[in-house]
Write a protein that binds this ligand. Structure first.
Ligand SMILES: *Cc1c(COP(=O)(O)O)cnc(C)c1O
Length: 344
């Protein structure tokens, strides 16, 4: 890995961050008259902890990672944006991303005026490390990988991810939004081995909290410190911090229960879909959704919309011709989907 100083944008390297009232005094006190808050309407009158210390303590315990290696964002989407703003000089630097993958890397790069260089996956949706590394030039700062990948649903081979990590001297972002559904292990325990690795996870999928907007980035302490300098001072609001804490304190086992049930439902859904004549292929999935290849995806999509069942048409995505993406729902929702498809 290149030295962090060389990878960071010069303005970020030299950035003097905003110092909030809660930065200058963060302990307990009897009277707080330092932040121009309203004394009434507790507890919502107070600014939230800018570093989410309580919440990070719980996440650190659950994930087996030091609090100092955790960044929390308004969804993983904030972390994606912050990675770009930390490392990529608009109009000069670029990132390398795979095709097909999660759409936000491209959108965040476009907003920041950063070129996206693309490497196609293999026909079985695996990484092609040579194709990825071929896209790298002297201005490439970040490579984005997503495993399990969206919309293909599969995990990438460990050896391929390793090859990218070993051969590239910039940052590698590994988006593990769906890792809790996968049999493969998270790369979190290997964070210490790879100082250029940023792992993204989220409360939006297995944790069932997409509505509160809470995403996680895990990385080397120096990188996390940089992200904390860039973020809005109070990026995680009080309600989100409280709700997430409450859930982690009381319902720690609930997430695994949900995951187990959804994996059972996925198996049933696969069996039921196999019996539908126009479903040509169900791709292997390590996530909570299935990518299926069909004869006439638009017709199926529109037919389901008429029945008030919404899935995702991915047929215009490279390598996904004819494909629809279906989230695994609750038992009765999956039943309704299958019954509708049988009527087509
Ligand atoms: C759903 C999803 C996320 C989650 O984004 P949030 O902003 O945390 O809700 C991240 N990455 C991928 C690949 C996803 O599919």
């Amino acid at each position: 890995m290149k030295p962090l100083e060389q990878l960071l944008r010069p303005n970020i390297r030299h950035l003097k961050p905003y110092s909030s009232a809660r930065d200058e005094y963060s302990g307990e006190a009897a009277v707080f008259l330092d932040a121009n808050e309203n004394p009434f309407n507790a507890p919502y009158n107070r600014y939230p902890d800018p570093y989410q210390r309580e919440l990070k303590k719980h996440i650190a315990r659950i994930k087996g990672v030091s609090s100092k290696k955790i960044f929390l964002g308004n969804g993983s989407d904030e972390a994606i944006d912050i990675v770009l703003r930390a490392f990529c000089e608009p109009g000069i630097d670029n990132i390398v991303s795979i095709v097909p993958t999660y759409g936000m890397y491209q959108v965040a790069a476009d907003i920041n005026n950063i070129e996206v260089r693309k490497a196609l996956l293999t026909p079985d949706f695996q990484l092609d490390p040579k194709a990825i590394l071929n896209q790298v030039d002297e201005h490439t700062k970040v490579i984005f990988l997503c495993s399990p990948n969206n919309p293909t649903g599969n995990c990438f081979r460990e050896a391929h991810i390793l090859e990218v990590l070993e051969s590239f001297d910039g940052m590698v972002v590994l988006d593990e939004a769906y890792i809790d559904f996968a049999a493969e292990k998270s790369w979190l325990p290997r964070l210490n081995v790879w100082p250029n690795l940023v792992i993204l996870q989220t409360f939006s999928k297995a944790w069932g909290m997409a509505g509160i907007r809470l995403g996680m980035a895990f990385a080397d302490e120096a990188i996390i410190n940089t992200f904390s300098k860039i973020k809005y001072p109070y990026n995680i609001n009080l309600l989100t911090q409280k709700k997430a804490l409450e859930f982690l304190e009381k319902n720690q086992d609930t997430m695994q229960t949900w995951v187990n049930e959804l994996l059972e439902e996925k198996k049933k859904l696969i069996e039921a879909l196999k019996a539908i004549p126009f479903v040509q292929k169900i791709f292997p999935s390590d996530a909570n959704f299935l990518l299926i290849k069909t004869e006439n995806p638009q017709k199926i999509y529109n037919f389901l919309v008429d029945k008030k069942i919404i899935i995702r048409d991915r047929s215009s995505v490279a390598l996904c011709e004819g494909c629809l993406r279906v989230t695994v729902g609750a038992p009765e929702e999956n039943q309704l989907l299958i019954e509708a498809l049988k009527m087509l």
